[in-house]
Design a binder for this molecule. Sequence first.
Ligand SMILES: Cc1cc2nc3c(=O)[nH]c(=O)nc-3n(C[C@H](O)[C@H](O)[C@H](O)COP(=O)(O)O)c2cc1C
Length: 364
Amino acid sequence: MTEFHTDVFERRNFFSHEAPPRTVLAPMEGVVDAMTRSVLTALGGIDLCLTEFIRVTTQLLPEHVFYKYAPELQNDSRTNCGTPLLVQLLGSDPACLGDNAARAISLGAYGIDLNFGCPAKTVNRHDGGASLLKDPERVARAVAGVRSALPSTVSVSAKVRLGFHDKSLHREIAQAAESGGADWLTVHARTRDEGYQPPAHWEYIASMRQAVRIPVIANGECWAPDDVRRMREVSGCRHVMLGRGLLARPSLAREIRGGHELTWPESLQLLRDFYLQSLAARGESFASARLKQWLRFMSRESSSTTDTTRSSVSGTQQLAREVFDRLKKLEPIRLGDLECLSTRVNDVDELGKSLQANVVHGVT
Ligand SMILES: Cc1cc2nc3c(=O)[nH]c(=O)nc-3n(C[C@H](O)[C@H](O)[C@H](O)COP(=O)(O)O)c2cc1C
């Protein structure tokens, strides 16, 4: 009996008031796959991950679909270093969402998250993602459909935006998720129409948090530790979800807990591990394309206006940036290119010499 209660507390109270401040790795379709989750969670500071959204229409999806999006199901729904993984579903039919959620749980999923934020036109046209935000009652029904299909020990959560066209229903949206039975709510602080345009409107998260009793996780536009601090301050939320910022600055989650920023050898090691895992899973052209995608995120300048933690770019970071820029131009990037770099650049002085001599394999 005691054990049962412990489990309920662990999963459904993951974000309870007693829990320490948590950091969640944002789901990102076409970007945050099992390999990305594996290398990012290994760096430390991430408490929970989600799969990319799995689209549910009218059918019970076969098991292989769940394993494709969540290979971690074979590992007790945890990444290699033990971080739990939620399966995220996107759909509108409460019964069908419930059936698919029950299947994911039967395969071992840690919990279920429902996507009410996807802005894609094709998804919205087919009545999924953010389109349900136009009618909060539908959010409530979808959450309730999933809650009633699952054992009481596992969590159901919802990820929403502030509205579809405008923000007028933001409080109703939060209340709908709560009344449907969500254990917590993640808010990406923009409307669907705002897409990914800065700024994120963290003050609306505060308003939603005040409208419900369930924990609220704040999300949107955090690129540096100082952004996270300000988002916490403005939203009043202790728990945060980080997406693009974690790809641009992979140590962001551990930095907000006092850890150090990724060094150049660590960055290279991370990219090499990621490449090797992607290569093993999907072959060279996939691994090369995904590595370039990640390098593009990494070379993005911080959009933060108050990034006091990075007031000057260090010489090492500058060198790293130059190498990454060269790497991005390779077609495809081969394992040898990374091996060549790793043997040369464990020492920053060596890296400097390598760059000056233009000896990054295959690039001039
Ligand atoms: C390429 C991309 C794919 C995304 N895919 C998903 C998804 O599958 N499910 C979801 O709930 N949100 C998805 N999002 C939204 C992110 O989870 C997050 O809410 C958004 O990027 C804002 O957070 P950030 O500023 O920290 O990146 C995606 C965002 C991007 C940029």
